[in-house]
Design a protein around this ligand. Structure first.
Ligand SMILES: [Zn+2]
Length: 358
């Protein structure tokens, strides 16, 4: 039952509240029709019916007023990121069928999402987001395997779910703009109902996402081979740890004690590449990831489980990284410009933060 509701929401997004609204109005209509015959019973149930209809109305308004999302990431066209676009085209057989956007952001990660306008009548718009740290720290074969993983998500139709679920949650929560839970009984009842429902939905969603990740890993292996898919997994895990240890954690500490904004992250990543790639700490980080504690709320399965899914009981022998993917995948100017742009934005925010902090 939970899975069914979740699937409806993942498909319809915020419009999944419409059946609830429709049901409330059907009940209202029946209630009005019953007025003549069962006057007393009808009047006795009036508070319940009115609260329900008001709640449904608030849901409907919340749905309509939901603001559209705008992205602030860097949009990369084919001139800026020729290599990335080429890999995407090569690995994705359905490439010509939908409109595409490629974004570059500041996370050590990649993701893919799909928006279908008007229930898919006007086709799909697929957006892939690739993190700049990943392009700098990983090499081309690893990035290829990761794009293959994202393409598999899209092909297996995992893509629209997260966006739709977030939309639905936001639309549902708008209800409190009209039914204040601190002051109205309707609001209070709705909060209890919504809270338990959203909690259950999120739990189901996490389980579903973890299954999806394993399927996407297999999809990646089918495209680039099992060895490359596993290598990319190991490198994501290990380089992620190295980045945190060598760049992000020290940076965080420096910001806390700083008077002026410290040196920005991308400058540091470029400078520390050799250290990040050092084989021994990489091997140690991968090993630690295999046995390390797993975040129970994560939408990703544990590292060990993902490796086992590809047929590896332990960390496979992998080729070391010796070149950064960024030089092959972005145009020469873009590689430098995007990093400078992100660093400048970071410095501006950090400077404001440091100044307020004093
Ligand atoms: Zn994934």
């Amino acid at each position: 039952m939970n899975r069914l509701v979740l699937n409806i929401i993942l498909r319809l997004g915020r419009y999944a509240v419409l059946p609830v609204v429709a049901l409330a109005f059907v009940i209202l209509a029946i209630w009005l029709l019953a007025m003549d015959r069962y006057t007393i019973a009808v009047l006795a149930t009036a508070p319940i019916v009115f609260s329900m209809v008001l709640g449904a109305l608030a849901l409907a308004i919340g749905l309509l007023l939901l603001p559209s999302r705008k992205h602030r990431d860097f949009e990369a066209d084919e001139e800026t990121a020729p290599g990335l676009w080429a890999i995407w085209k090569e690995l994705d057989p359905s490439f010509v069928r939908s409109r595409r956007t490629l974004l570059i952001d500041t996370r050590f990660n990649a993701s893919i999402g799909e928006v279908s306008r008007y229930a898919g009548l006007f086709g799909q718009h697929v957006t892939m987001t690739v993190g700049l740290p990943m392009l700098i720290v990983l090499d081309e074969p690893a990035v290829r395997a990761i794009i293959a993983h994202e393409v598999a998500h899209a092909e297996l139709r995992h893509t629209s779910g997260a966006v739709n679920l977030a939309d639905f949650i936001a639309a549902s929560e708008n209800v409190f703009l009209y039914a204040n839970p601190e002051r109205t009984i309707t609001g209070r009842i709705l909060r209890v109902l919504l809270h338990s429902m959203l909690e259950r939905l999120e739990r189901e969603y996490r389980a579903l996402s973890r299954e999806n990740e394993l399927h996407a890993d297999l999809g990646s292996a089918a495209r680039v081979g099992r060895t490359e898919a596993a290598r990319a997994l190991v490198l994501m895990e290990a380089c992620g740890t190295r980045l945190t240890d060598l760049v992000y954690s020290p940076l965080e500490k420096e910001v806390l004690g700083a008077i002026n904004a410290p040196r920005p992250p991308f400058e540091r990543i470029f400078k520390q590449l050799a250290d990040i790639w050092a084989p021994e700490p990489i091997a140690a980080a991968a090993k630690a990831g295999l046995t390390g504690e797993h975040e129970p709320d994560s939408t990703h399965p544990p590292f060990a489980k993902r490796l086992a899914n590809l047929g590896y009981d332990e960390i496979p022998e992998i080729d070391e990284i010796s070149t950064s993917a960024i030089d092959q995948l972005l145009s020469r100017d873009a590689a430098r410009d995007i990093a400078t742009l992100f660093d400048a934005e970071w410095t501006k925010t950090a400077q404001a933060w440091v100044t307020i902090g004093r």
